[in-house]
Design a protein around this ligand. Structure first.
Ligand code: ZN
Length: 119
């Protein structure tokens, strides 16, 4: 598994202000964009693009926070999911909650998506 670009992720505008480069600090004397978000629209699309920039910049912290929140303990302990409260006794004593609407399930899926090996 690889590692993502170290944070903080910052935004730097192109010279004509038509695009925001999400990047990290200068590395080896150059800026290497992580992604580019077009801006300069009007109305709802521009608002969404600005919100997308914020979300992308927060991605490293969001991933780290999800991992910290889940920790290394299973969500189901003693047969009860400690997150959604479902009772899995007697089938499961300890394990990961299998309910797709449980926040712990959603968090594990998001982490797996972020850390999936590209083929
Ligand atoms: Zn649960």
């Amino acid at each position: 598994m690889g590692k993502h670009t170290p944070d903080p992720w910052i935004e730097i505008y192109d010279d004509d202000y038509s695009c925001v480069n999400i990047t990290t600090e200068y590395r080896d004397g150059s800026i290497i964009p992580i992604c580019r978000v077009d801006v300069g629209f009007v109305g709802e699309i521009e608002d969404e693009q600005r919100e997308n920039i914020k979300l992308i910049k927060a991605a490293p912290d969001l991933l780290a926070a999800l991992k910290d929140l889940l920790g290394d303990r299973h969500s189901v302990q003693g047969g009860i999911c400690q997150v959604c409260g479902r009772d899995y006794l007697p089938e499961m004593i300890d394990g990961d909650c299998p309910s797709e609407d449980c926040p712990s399930f959603i968090a594990r899926a998001a982490i797996a998506l972020a850390e999936a090996v590209q083929s």
